[in-house]
Design a protein around this ligand. Sequence first.
Ligand SMILES: O=C(CO)[C@H](O)[C@H](O)COP(=O)(O)O
Length: 251
Amino acid sequence: MRLSRHFTKSVARLPAMSGVEDAKRLAARAAVDEFVKSGDVVGIGSGSTVVYAAERLGERIKNEGLQISCIPSSFQASQLIAQHGLNLTNFDTHPVIDIAIDGADEVDTQLNCIKGGGGCHLQEKIVIYNAKKFVIVADYRKESTFLGEQWLQGIPVEVVPLAYVPLTHKLRELGGTPVLRMAKAKAGPVITDNGNFILDTHFGLVKEPAALNQTLKLLPGVVEVGLFCHMASKAFFGQADGSVKTAVPQQ
Ligand SMILES: O=C(CO)[C@H](O)[C@H](O)COP(=O)(O)O
């Protein structure tokens, strides 16, 4: 197993928020400040941590005239781009992204991660795959040795609705415990931005995430798997004490 190298640095404290929200915000701001420069095409991820990255990009546009174009990874990301006055672009105009910034549900020591807690992992994977660099922004709760250690909700597997019952059986045969993700304010399942269902499938500790990703991807009816392996260049983990810990995969 390759180990990551970790670095911790203190950053200026922002106005007090809750511990976890503060940690998310610090991580997102540190990532934006280190990686985004004028002229970049930026992939905007989804979730609650990326909100702070969009906020910081908006600030830098106002304060220092930063010029960037942004590609969204979800309906939520499109809204963030609009709310923070960021310039919206698309793959037709910009097929290559300079830097993708996104959150994660859990990150292992090689910076493999589980994503899709917000149900957006199909578009997120497309954006990240087409980016020269991907940086993870997260709080201290997301860091693990192995995936499946802390994120017990399971790996989000986006499936075509027609196939969800046979896939439920297949995922069980493969050792998982699939649960159809249900909507909170509507009767029935969550429908993704792409019109699909999500089977959240816990596989216990995942020691070989790339192999599991490949096995799951080959099942007919599986659209995308929330395992992002060997894709991240760097992770920023906001800490409860106001510092930001960074990690990179070992060369
Ligand atoms: O993959 C995602 C959405 O599909 C998010 O990036 C992931 O769920 C982390 O979200 P948060 O920043 O709210 O913890």
